[in-house]
Design a protein around this ligand. Structure first.
Ligand code: CA
Length: 235
């Protein structure tokens, strides 16, 4: 039996906070909560939660400040909560080191999926060698063999260019998580590259044509509009 993970919920809207706390408690997590950013910082230091769910707009110090403080000393997974109208906030938070985001309003299923994924990645990072230690990724008919650099769909090998393979394997190693355009481009070309999301879009269109049955309605590689891409969670 897995040890109960502890989660700190930081959200000043009481109804949303209660909804999140109830869903997490009902699913076996140990939950702390607060509506204050300053309290959140104190709780993170004293309780050492396994994950933080963090609202960006808080009455005292905002979520960005909390991410900045936490990231100066910890890799603690952070899932931010943000309104649909604040797309820029999500990108900024992800680029500052948040792990994922939830857009209000969200359902319990989505909340639990994000939490599970972020906890799993944190666990893999602790146990593995910095990245997920899996050698083979599988989701539906898609299979990626990282040691042999082979991608198959429904048993048929798919021929990807070097860049396309890099993008697919990066997303698969982070399956279930959103990766921003900036992060993907940085991984592709080294930190000094200038952002060229157009090239990335072209690469992605080619990848979809090769791995998706219907590229217009992808089942493996999803677009997070304005933010980046997310690979379906592996099996
Ligand atoms: Ca708020």
């Amino acid at each position: 039996m897995e040890e109960k993970s502890s989660i700190l919920v930081v959200e000043d809207e009481r109804i949303i906070r209660n909804m999140i706390c109830t869903a997490l408690t009902n699913n076996g997590y140990q939950v702390y909560s607060t509506g204050s950013g300053l309290n959140a910082c104190a709780l993170i230091t004293s309780q050492r939660p396994d994950l933080v769910i963090l609202d960006i707009g808080l009455p005292d110090i905002d979520g960005f400040e909390i991410i900045r403080q936490v990231r100066s000393w910890s890799h603690l997974p952070i899932v931010i909560v943000s309104a649909r109208t604040h797309e820029r906030d999500k990108i900024e938070a992800l680029d500052m080191g948040a792990d994922d985001y939830l857009t209000k309003p969200f359902g319990t299923g989505e909340l639990l999926a994000r939490v599970r994924t972020a906890l799993r990645h944190a666990r893999n990072q602790r146990e593995g060698s910095g990245s997920d230690a899996v050698q083979i990724f599988r989701a539906g008919g898609l299979m990626i063999d990282f040691s042999r650099h082979i991608v198959t769909v429904d048993g048929n090998e798919v021929h990807l260019t070097q860049n396309e393979y890099k993008i697919v394997s990066l997303l698969a190693q982070n399956s279930g998580r959103v990766l921003t355009y900036e992060l993907i481009l940085k991984e592709l070309r080294g930190a000094k590259s200038k952002c060229d999301t157009q090239t990335l879009r072209v690469n992605m269109a080619n990848i979809r044509r090769k791995i998706e049955r219907n590229p217009a309605r992808p089942t493996y590689l999803f677009t997070e509009v304005g933010i980046g891409y997310r690979m379906i969670e592996g099996e």
